[in-house]
Every structure is written in structure tokens, then in C-alpha cells.
Design a protein around this ligand. Structure first.
Ligand SMILES: Cc1ncc(COP(=O)(O)O)c(C=O)c1O
Length: 447
């Protein structure tokens, strides 16, 4: 049996002075022999991930409840998934995208990985609503803010120190765990990550880290707390980032839910942010594209790191996207363009108002029975304090058993979420009203 590739065999048995290539082949052979019987290894960082993702556990408990209570139905106020149909203008845009594929004159195949020029321009123009100037070359169209928030870490160094809000949207932490930037999880905290506490004391927006960090994930309006950062709060982070040569990853997926005109909807409203912040956004929650899939990132040309000059980070992200991503669907990009038209914006604003009316119903209903609530005013999430000192999961079971309502335990978003619970305003109004009425009538809250 010939176990050696031809080249190795010749080099090994040809009695010649060992030159560089020969040494290399010997090393290769040694490794080959040592490795005999061994197999490819997995990325063991996955094993560090805290057992069970939040939503599968919710589904498991809900299923168990339903099989123990046949005939009972549950009302879901848990997952942040949109429920209302797409608007007329949006649908027309999508239809147009489909139609274009039907004729040889307008058919397109692969497009630019960074997105179609018209859409990049429309997104850049949207920033003028916030008095912010963005160049289309700084816009990268994607299939959503979740992929972008997971992928963006890959353009930063392996030893980058990560800071996250606690509680936070789990993707920021999990993707850095998978990338190997953390140690093991101990009591819900990964070694090596800096957790920035968000609590009642700081209105659920953190103070800047005391130690030096490299990458700071901020989400405003926040999932899960519903808190929205003020100009002053964001300015402190921008100043910190500029001073420490850190980069802020700003997730503004819920920006369109801000109705208070004094609150920033983009981090670039803060002076200096273009030198230190990347912004991620999405059509998911602003236009019902959770299943359609479209998002974008802004990587300013002026953004610099300790070891890079202006333009480099933008070029790196471009390289990453052109290597790993083949562009968002051309049909969907036409839908996105329609969303950004004047009619599209007006129609989608009405859908957002609809969800925000749900948020009001939930918040007022809970407060009427003495439950302390946060968020739900400029964000579609209501962050409630669990009554009677219950843990988040204890309250999950109580709400399910007493009211048949499913919500999301705050502890699933990080240890800082323990003792809190998230209710989502995404849903049909009649279901929300029914759920709130059940909570008001059946939830036993001791005084
Ligand atoms: C903070 C935050 N960012 C991003 C996303 C996902 O966005 P997309 O659907 O565009 O991937 C979500 C979804 O719940 C979210 O809460």
C-alpha cells in the first residue's frame, strides 16, 4: 500500500542533501504519522456556549405545558417577531423585483456584494433625516442585522477585549465566544468579557468601562430592556472610544420606534462617532422584513483603529463581505428601496404605531396591577420587574400556568436580566388585549 504522496516518497528515499523542501516534507511526514488514526477536530469554543439557547428552552416549557393541559391555548408575547402584513408600497417594490427577473432586458443575476447602488444611495440619504452625512460607499447592504452583528467581530484582532451591555441581545457575546475571544462561562459570565451593568439605577444604560476595552457593543433602543440612550449618554461612549482607540458597534435595529424627537436614532448624531463607530440596522422591525431578510451596516471611511489608517476598516469589511457573502436578494433589495420611498416610510410608520399601541396596552395593563415596568415607550419591548422577588424563570412558569401567556425571562439575556421579564409588543392587537386582560384578571401578585 502506498501511504506516501509521490512527492514525499521521492524526497524521502532519494539520497540527497536535505534541502528546505526536504525538511518541510519530513515535518509533514512526522505530522502525518503522528496524526494517523486521528480525525478532524471541531471548534471547541462552541462547547463553551451556555447550555441551551433561550428560545428553545421557552419552546420546550411551553410544549410541556400544552401537553399537560390539553385543549388550552397559550398567548405568545415572547419572541420579537413581526406579525403584521407588509404595506402596499413595500409589496409593489417586491413584485417589481420579481417582474424584473421575468424579462431578458431587466434580468439580473449576481449583484454587487455590497448591495445595489440605488439602495446604498437611498440608505445613505436616509441619514440626512438625522442631519448625518453618510457616503454610499460606507453602506453595506446585507441579509440582516443579526448576521452583521455576528460577523463584524471577524475584522478585529483575536485579542480584542469585548464589552457588552448586561443584559444584551445574545448574539454579541455568543459570536465572540465562538471566535475564541473568551474563556469559560462561570455563573453566566464569560471570562474575558467586560459586562457593562444596565440596571434601574442607571436607567438601563451603562456607564463607560473603567478598564480599557477594544470593542463595545451598544444597542439602542435596547433589546431586551427597551431603554433608549440619550445624546449625553452616547457622547460619553464616543468620547471614551476616541480616547481609548476603541470601536463601538452600534445596533440600531429599533431606531424607527423612537418617537421622542430629543433621542438620537443614529450614533452618528454624536460628534466624533464617525471616527469610532460602526452602525448596524435592519428592515426587519421597521418594515416587517423579519422573514424577508434585509439589513445594512455603516462602516465610515474615517473610522480608525490603533493599527490602521482611515479607510482600512471600511476596506476590511468590504473584503470580508465580498469573500463570504454574495449579496442580498435582488428582489428583496427592490422591496427595500420601496420601503425607503416617501410612501413606504409613511405606510410603515403606521405599522410601527400599531405595535407601539400594543406596547402601551401591555405597559398600562401591567402597571395597573402594580407591576413595575420599563421601556415600551420608544421601543417595542416592555421590561418588567418580576413581582414578589421571583426569578425570571419562576415568573415564566407562573405567567404560563396562571394566565397562559408566554414571555421571555430576562435572565436569558445575561445575569443582569435576572429578576426581570420581557414582553414583546409584536402581535395582533386583539391577542395582546386578551393576554393583558388575562394577566390583569388571573395573575396573583401579592402586595
Ligand atoms: C437588537 C437586535 N439586533 C438585530 C436583530 C436581528 O435583526 P435581523 O432580523 O435584521 O437579523 C434583532 C432581532 O430581534 C435584535 O433584537
Amino acid at each position: 500500500m502506498n501511504i506516501f504522496p509521490k512527492q514525499i516518497k521521492t524526497n524521502l528515499f532519494r539520497k540527497k542533501t536535505i534541502h528546505f523542501k526536504g525538511v518541510f516534507n519530513l515535518v509533514f511526514l512526522y505530522k502525518l504519522l503522528m496524526g494517523l488514526g486521528k480525525m478532524v477536530k471541531i471548534n471547541s469554543n462552541y462547547d463553551k456556549l451556555a447550555a441551551g439557547y433561550l428560545f428553545p428552552e421557552i419552546a420546550k416549557r411551553t410544549k410541556a405545558f400544552l401537553s399537560a393541559n390539553p385543549g388550552v391555548s397559550v398567548m405568545k408575547l415572547g419572541i420579537g417577531n413581526t406579525t403584521e402584513p407588509l404595506t402596499k408600497t413595500t409589496l409593489n417594490g417586491l413584485r417589481m423585483g420579481v417582474e424584473k427577473l421575468a424579462s431578458v432586458e431587466t434580468y439580473t443575476g449576481y449583484g454587487d456584494e455590497q448591495g445595489n447602488t440605488a439602495l446604498r444611495e437611498a440608505i445613505a440619504k436616509k441619514y440626512s433625516d438625522y442631519n448625518v452625512e453618510i457616503d454610499p460607499s460606507e453602506v453595506f447592504v446585507s441579509d440582516g442585522a443579526k448576521p452583521d452583528s455576528g460577523n463584524i467581530q471577524s475584522i478585529f484582532s483575536q485579542d480584542a477585549i469585548i464589552a457588552v451591555q448586561d443584559p444584551a441581545y445574545p448574539v454579541y457575546v455568543d459570536t465572540n465566544v465562538i471566535a475564541g475571544r473568551t474563556g469559560e462561562n462561570e455563573n453566566g459570565l464569560y471570562k474575558g468579557i467586560v459586562y457593562m451593568s444596565c440596571s434601574e439605577e442607571n436607567n438601563f444604560f451603562p456607564t463607560v468601562p473603567r478598564a480599557r476595552v477594544d470593542l463595545i457593543y451598544l444597542c439602542s433602543p435596547n433589546n431586551p430592556t427597551g431603554a433608549v440612550a440619550t445624546h449625553e449618554q452616547l457622547k460619553k461612549f464616543v468620547d471614551y472610544a476616541l480616547e481609548n482607540k476603541a470601536v463601538i458597534i452600534f445596533d440600531s435595529a429599533y431606531a424607527e420606534y423612537i418617537s421622542d424627537p430629543t433621542l438620537p436614532r443614529s450614533i452618528y448624531e454624536i460628534k466624533g462617532a464617525k471616527e469610532c463607530a460602526i452602525e448596524l440596522n435592519s428592515f426587519s422591525k421597521s418594515a416587517g422584513f423579519t422573514g424577508v431578510r434585509l439589513g445594512w451596516s455603516i462602516v465610515p471611511k474615517n473610522l480608525v483603529t490603533e493599527d490602521s489608517v482611515a479607510g482600512k476598516v471600511n476596506a476590511l469589511w468590504n473584503r470580508r463581505q465580498t469573500t463570504f457573502f454574495n449579496g442580498a436578494s435582488n428582489i428583496v433589495q427592490d422591496g427595500g428601496l420601496a420601503v425607503l420611498s416617501i410612501e413606504g416610510q409613511e405606510e410603515n410608520k403606521k405599522v410601527i404605531d400599531y405595535y407601539m399601541e400594543n406596547a402601551k396596552i401591555i405597559r398600562e395593563g401591567l402597571e395597573s396591577i402594580g407591576i413595575k415596568c420599563f421601556g415600551g415607550v420608544n421601543a417595542p419591548y416592555i421590561w418588567m420587574k418580576t413581582p414578589n422577588g421571583l426569578t425570571s424563570w419562576e415568573f415564566f412558569d407562573k405567567l404560563l400556568n396562571e394566565c397562559h401567556v408566554v414571555g421571555t425571562p430576562g435572565s436569558g439575556f445575561g445575569p443582569g436580566g435576572e429578576g426581570y421579564f420581557r414582553l414583546s409588543a409584536f402581535g395582533h392587537k386583539e391577542n395582546i388585549e386578551k393576554a393583558v386582560s388575562e394577566i390583569k384578571n388571573k395573575l396573583k401578585v401579592e402586595e
